[in-house]
Design a binder for this molecule. Sequence first.
Ligand code: PHE
Length: 341
Amino acid sequence: MIPDIISAIRAAEQTALDDISGATTLDDVVALRTRLSGKKGELAGLKKRLGSIESIDDKKAAGQAVNEAMAAVDTALDARRAELHAHALAERVEAERIDLTEYVRPSSRGHAHLVTQAWERLEDVFVGMGFRVAEGPEVETDWHNFEALNMPIGHPARGEWDTLFVDHVPPGGQPGTTVLRTHTSPVQIRTMLDEEPPIYIIAPGRVFRRDTPDATHMPVFHQIEGLVIDRGITMADLAGTIEVFTQAYFGPGFHSRLRPSYFPFTEPSAEFDIQRPNGEWIELGGSGMVHPNVLRAGGLDPEVWSGFAFGFGIDRMAKERHGIEDLREMYADDIRFIEQF
Ligand code: PHE
């Protein structure tokens, strides 16, 4: 009887282990646990039969065998459950994985503002020609914005720049002498005061004028200033620099010309125009030889140093380049407009 019951225990254990390794879901494992280790399970049934064994030793041996079998079944159930759980988790992770690259469609990627694009290209071209980028403040003193540029108080040319004043009186200063810079030319003065020549700088930046927005004017816009100070600089250097810039920025089919003009801070002064390959001329900006009074305001001796300066609108460049009809469109943040570029 003993060998019988022991082999029955072994057989029940083996069947149970086979069933467990055949389980394919966590639910299967739960069902098997109820069937195999519960009170109605086969091993439990065999355990009950131990009471009828008479020999103490036999009873002990059979009892040990049944306990071992039950422990083995429990261990197998736990192991199988852990295995299936890990598997289910891996499947879920895979199913719920988000492919982040899927959402970066080229059409949903933004781009820099048209003015920023023009600004950066202008910097690239001028830096390529040997210029360095300089900066100045947007809130300026009347002195830097006008007086040092050969426009003393009451100078009629001041009226050309519709000035926005800032309600701020500097310590020891006069009311009405703080302005939003009307052009980037005050950076000429700051640079001359800050560093020794030779000076080869460009100064892109934001400028302000008391203007009502329309197709060709904005109260806030952008200019780029150029300043060269060295020994023996002439008008030919100015013309050559503008021509090299024109072809580098616009392309080999483009040309430039200087036209006599007037600015208080340059003498002689010239406007410069760009000619498209189709022969059409576009007015671009102002330029000229730096006025001796301006050199002196910048702390330089006009007998030693000479130079040229130029300045033009960045927004205008972007407008021309992209054939935009109305400047205001560039600032309206209308996605239908922006997406065209
Ligand atoms: N500052 C001038 C303007 O705002 C442009 C300019 C710059 C002209 C430098 C001559 C020299 O119109």
